[in-house]
Structures are given as structure tokens and as C-alpha cells.
Design a protein around this ligand. Structure first.
Ligand code: ADP
Ligand code: MG
Length: 268
């Protein structure tokens, strides 16, 4: 396959869950080798966007190209082949609680490759070493701290040597030190493995430490974007609200709702 400059290219993407419109028109590009952030409030559709990139969901309009191929036009075999090139760290960690740390990572290697067991052993230890947890191979997930479990998730995301790693809220629920460790790991894995990373997060402070470029999602669109440096200096009210964590601004505090009077059954 010819090398492409953009690992992901999304053009005019629209998507709804039933009548609930999530994306009106989203266009964005994830260039090779970069760590790109996708930020937005909870419910803005960040996890949905990752599912559209992984073709777990289909758009109602527009295109998603991954490594140069329109992911929603691939047949089953080609889609599976493509999914193996994408490593995913899930929002909820998603470790198998009844499998050890080692087995959690070995699982998809056994499922998706024909590698002999001794090679799987070496590869799992290599992945764990990359996240600093080789010594934790025998632990059960219940014996791992939140930060460790997140790192096991990172090791699992890189298990099959993906070209693209997608992280869904990698910092959520972590203490500041673990956040820092995870952020540094995202950066280090990206650069050392020569991959491309997407970090989906509502946490601007943490994300901005490890990313190169960021897109802000709101109202079903990209409302702002820029390099990390530019965004930190930006005067854009949305960006300011987001980075400052301000309750008031372009992002409304209230979930979409009826007029108060109507809900209270008062005359308007
Ligand atoms: P984020 O990750 O930015 O918090 P999500 O992509 O999870 O946002 O969700 C975007 C919106 O879509 C939310 O309002 C959510 O309630 C809704 N949603 C998410 N998944 C589904 C689903 N499977 N069916 C219907 N609505 C959904
Ligand atoms: Mg989400």
C-alpha cells in the first residue's frame, strides 16, 4: 500500500442516533506521526467519532478515509485487516477482570495472529515493558491501581503493532501524577513506535501537554482547531472556555430543554 500523509481524513461527516443528530458536518485530518487531540464537552460525540473511524458505526453522509481507504466501503475481510492497524484504548479501561495483566494482552495476539506461544510470551513482556509494567504481568486487574490499569490498556492498544492508536478519555479518573505518566507515555509510544495517535478528551489541561494539534467539537462541527501553541494563546471564546474550564461561554450549561414555563406547566 502506498504511504499516505494523512492517516485519517474525515470529510463532511454527518451522523445521528435515530433522531438525535450528533454530527452535522465534521471535517478533520490526522497527519502521520502526530498526536492529535479531539476535545469537546461530554456528549459532544467524541466517542462516537472514534466508532465512526473504526467503522463500528456508519455515517449518514461524508467519508472517513483511514490509511487512504474509505473505511465504510471495505468488505468484511478488508475491514478486519484495517481494524488490526488500529489500536484502541477504551473509555472504561475495558480489561477482562478475570484474566491477568499478561493474559489481557496475550488475548488478542492469540485471537488475531498465528504466532507461537513462546513468541507471544516475549511480545507481551515487550509491550508491558514499554509501559513500565513488565513486573506486573502476573497481577489481576483488581490488584492494579487506576493508573496501572490505564497503562495496561495502553499496552493492549499497541499489542498488534498498530499504525494508529486511539485513546478515549485516557486521563479520566486519574490522579495528577498518573495523568502525567499516561500523557508522557502517549507521547513516548507515539514517537518511539513511529505511529499516529488520536487522543479524545474533555481534559484540555492534560491533553495539551502531550498533543501536537487539536480539534474542538461542539454543535456537531469542528468549532476551533490549531497547534498546541496557537491554542494556548487563542482568544477564541470557545477555546478559552474549554481550556479555562469556565462554566459559562459558548458551551451551554443546560442540556437542551423546553422553556421553563412549559415544563412547569405555567402560562408562557
Ligand atoms: P462524548 O464521548 O463526547 O461524551 P458520545 O459520543 O459518547 O459523547 O455521545 C454523544 C451523544 O450521543 C450523547 O448525547 C449520548 O447520549 C448519545 N449516544 C451515545 N451513544 C448512543 C447510542 N448507542 N444510542 C443513542 N444515543 C447515543
Ligand atoms: Mg466519550
Amino acid at each position: 500500500m502506498p504511504a499516505v500523509d494523512n492517516i485519517v481524513e474525515i470529510r463532511d461527516l454527518a451522523f445521528s442516533y435515530g433522531a438525535h443528530e450528533i454530527f452535522k458536518s465534521v471535517s478533520l485530518t490526522i497527519p502521520r506521526g502526530k498526536v492529535v487531540g479531539i476535545m469537546g464537552a461530554s456528549g459532544s460525540g467524541k466517542s462516537t467519532l472514534l466508532r465512526l473511524i473504526g467503522a463500528q458505526l456508519r455515517p449518514s453522509r461524508g467519508s472517513v478515509r483511514v490509511l487512504g481507504e474509505n473505511i465504510h466501503e471495505l468488505d468484511r475481510n478488508d475491514l478486519y485487516r484495517m481494524r488490526r492497524k488500529m489500536g484502541m484504548q477504551f473509555q472504561q479501561g475495558g480489561l477482562f477482570t478475570d484474566l491477568s495483566v499478561f493474559e489481557n494482552i496475550a488475548f488478542q495476539m492469540r485471537e488475531k495472529t498465528d504466532l507461537p506461544e513462546d513468541m507471544i510470551n516475549d511480545l507481551v513482556l515487550m509491550k508491558l515493558n514499554a509501559v513500565g509494567l513488565r513486573g506486573a504481568a502476573k497481577l489481576m486487574p483488581s490488584e492494579c491501581s487506576g493508573g496501572m490499569a490505564r497503562r495496561v490498556g495502553l499496552a493492549r492498544a499497541i499489542a498488534l503493532d498498530p499504525d494508529l492508536i486511539m485513546y478515549d478519555e485516557p486521563f479520566a479518573g486519574l490522579d495528577p501524577i498518573s495523568c502525567n505518566v499516561v500523557g508522557k507515555l502517549i507521547r513516548r509510544l507515539n514517537d518511539a513506535l513511529g505511529v499516529t495517535s488520536v487522543v479524545v478528551s474533555y481534559d484540555a489541561q492534560e491533553s495539551l501537554r502531550c498533543i501536537d494539534y487539536v480539534y474542538f467539537l461542539a454543535d456537531g462541527k469542528v468549532v476551533a482547531q490549531g497547534s498546541t501553541e496557537d491554542v494556548k494563546k487563542s482568544e477564541d471564546p470557545f477555546v478559552r472556555q474549554f481550556i479555562g474550564g469556565l462554566p459559562d461561554g459558548p458551551v451551554p450549561f443546560h442540556y437542551r430543554q423546553n422553556a421553563y414555563a412549559a415544563d412547569l406547566d405555567l402560562p408562557a
